[in-house]
Design a protein around this ligand. Sequence first.
Ligand code: FES
Length: 95
Amino acid sequence: MSGDLRIRGFERKHPVHLLVNGKPVTAYEGETLHAALIAAGILSLKTSRVTQEPRGVFCGMGVCHECLVTINGVTGIRACMTLVQDGMKVETHEP
Ligand code: FES
């Protein structure tokens, strides 16, 4: 397979600005936080307590809870089920 793989007719909406672990990340209105984090190259959201290996989004549909993050000080929020909002402060690797 080769060539242009973009989805025809898809347009990004207005940019929104997040702080992820203290670093600025630009996302787009209508995206999930999960999508914005992946687009920013942030794939590891926590570390396995058993193997110490990085973990991240698995199901992408709210079932597995592998994507829990802290948003504006509230812990345990699923990144895959949360739409980005301008000014969000996100912390990964919650305790
Ligand atoms: S990735 Fe499974 S609940 Fe978010």
